[in-house]
Design a protein around this ligand. Structure first.
Ligand code: OGA
Ligand code: NI
Length: 366
């Protein structure tokens, strides 16, 4: 496995074929996971080698692993430290049972194995559609395509039980399993935010209410084996725009974080969640908590599935540095923006900067 993984990062592998046309029709056939094997790929997937610098191979830097069963004081401190340094960490003993994680992983894998006819009605390229199946082979960022397929499910709170009816009917257990999973992971996210609140000296419940009562989205992302990992990414370098994201994935590597000028690999850890702070949290904490750039690399031999749960603010919530933190020595570093505009403006800034995340974030800075 390791040999395959290293081979997939060999920068000397050549693109196999770049002359077939890019997908342009709005059709389910563009989904990568439905094709039997990939020996060909169109030009629009291939990045320049400079755009895909390999991750460092030494394991000198690793994301902190936080055991949530330790004392509250210890966990609070660990979250604060990890948030300041990496904006990324893994949590274990987080309270979401092994059974829930196992069920979630299996329904996700079963979903992507369903025959086309069972999911064609879910396919859509309309980003405003709350529940949809789409592919990075058609949605474009910076005119490039990415090697991923995704089922995104909207989980509003309160009201998740009603939205379940808009989710896929197959596999049979999907609705029940995803609902339970969404409730529990949201609860875990709120608990982490509450611990952070204590660490920052905010009043209890600071992150509850408008700040996290918007949509919760659960994205089930499937990254099929890829013909040329040295030129094709699963997800481009990005920062999450929301407050907090919780990622569950299996034993296959792929997620990488940009830290101190290097891409570092996130090591898979059984039954752990990878927690990642978004730009919203960076703004609210006036830059104390970091939102770090991350990407997903592809793999020549193995498929990878991850489940990404994001907590969002309500549309009208005004995102800006918490008054509690501002003083003469810590002047405001970000401007206030309503959540609805925040998402839109960030996308626009990202487009204008040609996908440069750091440039895009500057838009919100003073
Ligand atoms: C994301 C993301 C990571 C993964 O969806 O924003 O960073 O491992 N996903 O799929
Ligand atoms: Ni992300």
């Amino acid at each position: 496995l390791l040999a395959l993984f290293l081979a997939s990062h060999n920068s000397s592998d050549q693109p196999i074929q770049q002359s077939i046309p890019c997908p342009n029709s709005s059709s389910m056939e563009n989904m990568l996971h439905l094709k039997p094997a990939h020996t060909l790929f169109p030009n629009c997937f291939a990045l320049e080698t400079e755009q895909l610098p390999p991750a460092v191979t030494s394991s000198a830097v690793a994301l902190p692993i936080i055991d949530m069963s330790r004392s509250r004081e210890e966990v609070r401190r660990a979250i604060l430290d990890a948030g300041k340094e990496f904006g990324f960490f893994q949590v274990v003993n987080h309270g979401v049972s092994e059974e829930v994680l196992r069920d979630m992983k299996s329904v996700c894998e079963e979903f992507f194995q369903l025959p086309t006819g069972d999911k064609a009605h879910l396919y859509s390229e309309d980003n405003n559609k709350l529940n949809r199946l789409f592919s990075g082979s058609t949605f474009k960022t910076d005119s490039k395509n990415y090697w991923m397929d995704c089922l995104r499910l909207a989980c509003p709170f309160p009201g998740i039980s009603d939205s379940v009816n808009h989710w896929p009917e197959k596999p049979q257990r999907l609705r029940e399993v995803v609902e339970k999973y969404a409730v529990l992971t949201r609860g875990m996210g709120l608990e982490i935010l509450e611990l952070l609140c204590e660490g920052l000296g905010f009043r209890s419940g600071y992150f509850e209410g408008e700040q996290t009562d918007g949509m919760v989205s659960v994205s089930i992302i499937h990254y099929p084996p890829c013909p040329n990992p040295s030129r094709i990414l699963g997800l481009p370098p990005h920062c999450d725009r929301n407050l907090i994201t919780m990622v569950l994935s299996g034993a296959v590597r792929g997620l990488e974080v940009f830290y101190n000028g290097d891409w570092i690999k996130v090591e898979p850890l059984r039954n752990a969640f990878v927690i990642n702070f978004g730009i919203q949290l960076e703004v609210v904490t006036n830059g104390i908590m970091k939102s770090m750039e991350h990407r997903v690399v592809t793999n020549l031999a193995l498929p990878r599935t991850s489940v990404v749960t994001s907590l969002m603010a309500t549309d009208d919530f005004l995102i800006g540095p918490a008054e509690e933190l501002l003083c003469e020595n810590n002047p405001r570093r970000y401007r206030n923006t309503v959540f609805r505009d925040f998402m839109r403006l960030y996308n626009k800034a990202l487009e204008e900067s040609g996908g440069d995340v750091k440039q895009a974030i500057k838009y919100f800075k003073i």
